[in-house]
Write a protein that binds this ligand. Structure first.
Ligand SMILES: [Zn+2]
Length: 190
């Protein structure tokens, strides 16, 4: 078991890399260029490295997605308590009682899926009232939070795939975020 106490950078020269976390696939890369190697980050957590060899390295400084200035800023809620409860909107922040309601379905997914959905909801404190633009701003905001936390662009891509449906409105959001992730330089490598 690999214990990571804070965001940490690693490098591998193995052709395939596979990490599990809490019994679920967490980070997987294949067709790695074994001469150049692959650099990536891990956020704090406990991991099970099932394929590949790694060495600790400098943290990868992913550039963040450019954001517009907030339209209507409300202070962030503090010390939120996480409660699993069937929630039609998947994730809801009750600012009056300091509770985050998470649908139990999130227990079936790697943890970055809920993190991303929660990050989107946090994004609505600064970004709201502008319809689909607000939704896109929150998607980018959440992606940046994950990058800062130590997740890699491919995990954000996986999170939006698992969290958003393929209804037209959600597909537009997916494509928008994928476009923005391309701005995160080198992202195809990670
Ligand atoms: Zn939203």
């Amino acid at each position: 078991m690999l214990t990571v106490n804070q965001k940490t950078g690693f490098v591998t020269k193995s052709p395939v890399l596979l990490f599990y976390e809490e019994g679920m696939p967490f980070y997987m890369r294949k067709d790695i260029d074994t001469t150049k190697g692959l650099r990536f980050n891990l956020p704090a957590g406990e991991y099970d490295l099932r394929l590949g060899d790694i060495e600790q390295n400098e943290i990868v400084q992913y550039p963040l997605i450019k954001m517009d200035l907030p339209s209507d800023f409300t202070p962030y809620p503090e010390k939120l308590k996480l409660v699993y409860k069937p929630t039609p909107r998947k994730c809801q922040i009750d600012v009056y009682n300091f509770i985050v309601y998470a649908d139990p379905m999130f227990k079936l997914f790697p943890k970055y899926v809920f993190k991303w959905v929660f990050g989107h909801e946090l994004g609505h404190f600064p970004y709201k009232g502008e319809g689909i633009k607000s939704e896109r701003d929150c998607d980018k905001f959440s992606a940046n939070l994950l990058l800062v936390d130590g997740y890699n662009p491919s995990q954000i891509r996986s999170a939006i795939d698992l969290a958003l449906s393929n209804q037209l409105s959600s597909l537009c959001r997916k494509f928008n975020l994928l476009d923005n992730l391309k701005e995160v330089l080198q992202w195809t490598q990670y």
